[in-house]
Each structure stands twice: as C-alpha cells, then as structure tokens.
Design a protein around this ligand. Structure first.
Ligand code: HEM
Length: 428
C-alpha cells in the first residue's frame, strides 16, 4: 500500500474536462472505426500525398502542422517500419514544429549521432530494474488508492475515475513531486500540449511546469536522491566527442524539457492505452475470463491491445533528401506521417487484423515505434499496464461492462481512446 504522500489523488482541477477539446480535435467521439478507410487507402497505394486527417475530412494536428502538398503519409507495415528505421533520410526535427515550442529541445526531435549520446544519458532512469523499483516503491500503492475510492460502490467509470489519473500521478511521484503540488501539476499537464487551448495558455503552462521541475532539480543538486530527477541530475557521459567535452552531464534546461516531454509521451499515451486494453477485454468476456483465470496471459493481452488500438495514430518525420518508400517518391522537405495504427492492421502481417484476439501468434507491432527512437518508456508502459490489469482483476471481482450505461468504446483518429468505461463489479 502506498503511504498518503504518494497515493492522495488531486481533485481541485478537472483536468479530464480540459482534455475534451483536445480529444474533439483528434476525432475522439467522432471517428468510431478508421480501419476500413485506412485499409482502402493502403490497398490503393502504400504512400499517399497529403495528411491522414484530410482523407477522413477531419481537422487534425497533421493539418495544422503543414500544408497538404508539403506532406505524405505511409499506410503499410513495411513502409512505416522503413521510415522509422531510416534516420538518415527521415529526420525527427518534425517534432520541433509539432511540440518543440512548448516542450523545449529533447531527444524526441534529435537525430543521430546527437540523439544516441543524449539518449544514453537518460536511459539508465528507465531500465527494467528501475521499473521494478517504481512498481514496488509506489506504483502498486497508487493503483490501490484509486481502487479504494470506488471499490465499495460496485460501479465506476474506469476511464475517468482511474486510467486518466493514474499514469500522470506515476510521473509526478517518480519525479519526486510533493503531494501538495499534484493539483497544480495536473493543471499544467492538461494544458501543455493541448492545441485546443491558446498558444499563450500552453506557453504559460510550460513555464509554470518548468518552474516546478526546476525546484526539484535544485533540491536534488543540493541533496542527492534516488527518484527520477535525482537519477537525471547524476547521469554522466564520458565521451570525448560529445560537444567537444569529455565529461557531459544534463543541464537544468535539458532536464526540465525532458520532464515536460514525459507528459505527452509517457502519461497521456499510457492513459489511452490502458482504456483500450481494458475495453478490448471487457468487450470480449471470454478473453477477459481467460486472463482472470491465468494471469500469465496479461502480457499478451497488453501487446494485442496495443496492436489492435494504438493510442497515437501516427508519428512524424521530415524527409531530408529525395527518397523512395515502398516504390513511391517522397521529396526532400516533405513531412512524412507514419501511421502506426495503419501498420498494425496490415493484413500482410496479421490475419483478421481488425479483431482483438489475445491468442493470435505474437508478431512484433510498431505501437512503441521502432529504430533509434523506439519508446524509451517501453518498460514503464508495460509495467504500469500490467499492474493496473492485475490489481483491477484482484480487487474488482466480476468486473464487466455496465449493461445499463451505454459505452462508445474506442474512438478517435489522431488519438484513440475509450473516453468512458462504465463498469460494474461485485462488492466486498
Ligand atoms: C502505451 C504507452 C506508450 C506508447 C504507445 C508509446 C509510444 C511511443 C512511440 C511510438 C515513440 C516513438 C516516437 C517516434 O519515433 O517519433 C515513443 C517515444 C518515447 N516514449 Fe513512449 N509510449 C508509451 C509510454 C511511454 C512512457 C510510460 C514513457 C516514460 C515514462 C515514454 C517515454 C517516451 C520517450 C522519452 C520517447 C522518446 C524516445 C526517443 O526519441 O528516443 N513512453 N513512445
């Protein structure tokens, strides 16, 4: 069980509502099933000129970032895989335009060799061993505390009451944030990359979040600690080539930017992924029963859930030279959308790709990306999802969708989420 310090949940600010406009921009609640259209596009041609959102007649982040004739979109597994592995042709500088202004400069927008060196400074904070420490130090306690809030009611909305809060709470505690600051942290994180609010509001949230993190950095520089910021403050790279210096540490600005990145990259993705895995199981009661009976099936349920409904439709790159993807030309300077959702439903790799089936033969998916930028938080995400499923099944016996409350399931284009997950369960 977590102590009060880590498990108290913030209540003062309804970050869930602040998210509604961001969701609307990304087609959440509007696009129910994008996969037939993605399949149609894929069968016409592996690569199309223009954004993905325009093909669905929707607004979307890709249409805000670049004009239609300045972008191309890749719809096959092989094409997406090739783009993400080829950092020499496809630069991650794309992210400078999409989120760099509010986040700051991070590994997400760097290219090799700078990216590799920088990433190796940060990666010790995200090893399996570190995640083991997170799990038993505070993650299980945080989940327990949320479940305690509604366990006696026999019903809950697992999206709004649980999944939405849990991963951002984990990041806050991992960073060493005092519990009294959690509501403020929530407020800033809900606005930070929310393109549905004004640029001024986003930049203000970015500054305020930065100031909170700076206080933690100052404290860790004065007195070492084993939390995430403590690990980042101590990280050291001995590399003669690095900026011409032989002994390189992260600067305060770099740590602040990295913490800001963890909000969209680490917390919001995991929140959405938890809702979709849960919806996959709840809407397939036979598979849920199998997992309840045999918890060793949890990892494959998570991987199938991630393949079936990846939380982020696409990642982006900028072509730095004229090149060819799947036989189709891509011009230097074009923004390239790599929809991992389309790749994960490519019938040349998966039979019945649109079905949720935890018993299918496992084949790697691209929900965590691939190549040099493959998700740094992959062990964190898998651990958080495993702990959530395990404790939900332990503590909410008879867990099932509420037959009396309609549930839209997973919706969205740019982002895929089950915004509401009304469930009932047996009370103690
Ligand atoms: C289910 C949840 C998650 C999904 C689906 C996901 C997905 C991804 C994807 C697709 C990328 C690659 C982006 C690209 O190539 O442009 C990425 C990168 C990244 N992710 Fe995750 N992620 C998840 C959870 C997390 C968590 C929990 C953390 C940290 C606590 C995290 C931290 C990062 C970071 C720092 C990067 C940048 C890596 C780099 O540029 O080298 N992610 N993630």
């Amino acid at each position: 069980m977590a102590d009060q310090q880590t498990s108290d949940a913030p209540t003062e600010f309804d970050a869930f509502d602040a998210f509604a406009a961001k969701n609307a921009l990304n087609g959440v609640g509007v696009v129910k099933d994008p996969y037939p259209r993605l399949a149609e596009l894929r069968s016409q041609c592996p690569v199309h000129q223009g954004s993905v959102s325009a093909r669905f007649d929707l607004p979307g982040a890709d249409r805000i970032i670049a004009a239609e004739d300045e972008q191309a979109s890749v719809y096959t597994y092989q094409g997406v895989d090739a783009v993400l592995r080829d950092a020499a042709s496809f630069s991650s500088s794309w992210y400078r335009m999409s989120i760099g202004d509010v986040i700051g400069r991070t590994i997400l927008e760097m290219d090799p060799p700078e990216h590799r060196r920088f990433r190796s400074l940060i990666s010790p904070a995200f090893t399996r061993r570190e995640m083991d420490r997170w799990e038993h130090g505070f993650v299980r306690g945080i989940v327990d505390a949320y479940l305690d809030r509604f366990r006696a009611d026999g019903r809950a909305d697992l999206a709004a009451d649980f999944a939405f809060h849990y991963p951002i709470h984990v990041i806050a505690v991992a960073a060493g944030l005092p519990v009294v600051d959690l509501p403020e942290f929530y407020r800033h994180t809900a606005l930070l990359t929310n393109v549905a609010v004004s640029q001024d509001e986003r930049l203000a949230a970015s500054r305020d979040l930065g100031a909170m993190v700076q206080e933690l950095i100052d404290a860790r520089r004065a007195e070492p600690a084993d939390d995430l910021i403590g690990v980042l403050v101590r990280a050291r790279l001995n590399d003669e080539d690095w900026d011409g210096a032989s002994d390189r540490q992260l600067t305060d600005d770099e740590i602040v930017a990295f913490l800001r990145l963890l909000v969209p990259a680490g917390a919001q993705t995991t929140y959405r992924a938890i809702t979709t895995v849960l919806y996959g199981l709840l809407s397939h009661p036979d598979q849920l029963a199998a997992v309840r009976a045999d918890r060793s099936l949890i990892p494959q349920a998570i991987e199938e859930g991630l393949r079936w409904e990846v939380p982020l439709l696409a990642v982006g790159r900028t072509a730095v030279r004229d090149t060819v993807v799947e036989g189709c030309p891509v011009r230097a300077g074009q923004h390239v959308n790599a929809p991992v959702a389309a790749a994960n439903h490519d019938p040349s790799r998966w039979e019945r790709p649109d079905e949720f089936d935890i018993f299918r033969t496992p084949v790697p998916h691209v929900s965590f990306g691939v190549g040099p930028h493959v998700c740094l938080g992959i062990h964190a995400a898998r651990m958080e999802m495993r702990v959530a499923l395990d404790l939900l099944l332990d503590r909410l016996p008879g867990l099932r969708l509420d037959p009396d409350t309609p549930c839209d399931g997973v919706t969205g284009l740019g982002l895929r989420t089950a915004v509401r997950l009304p469930v009932v369960f047996d009370t103690p």
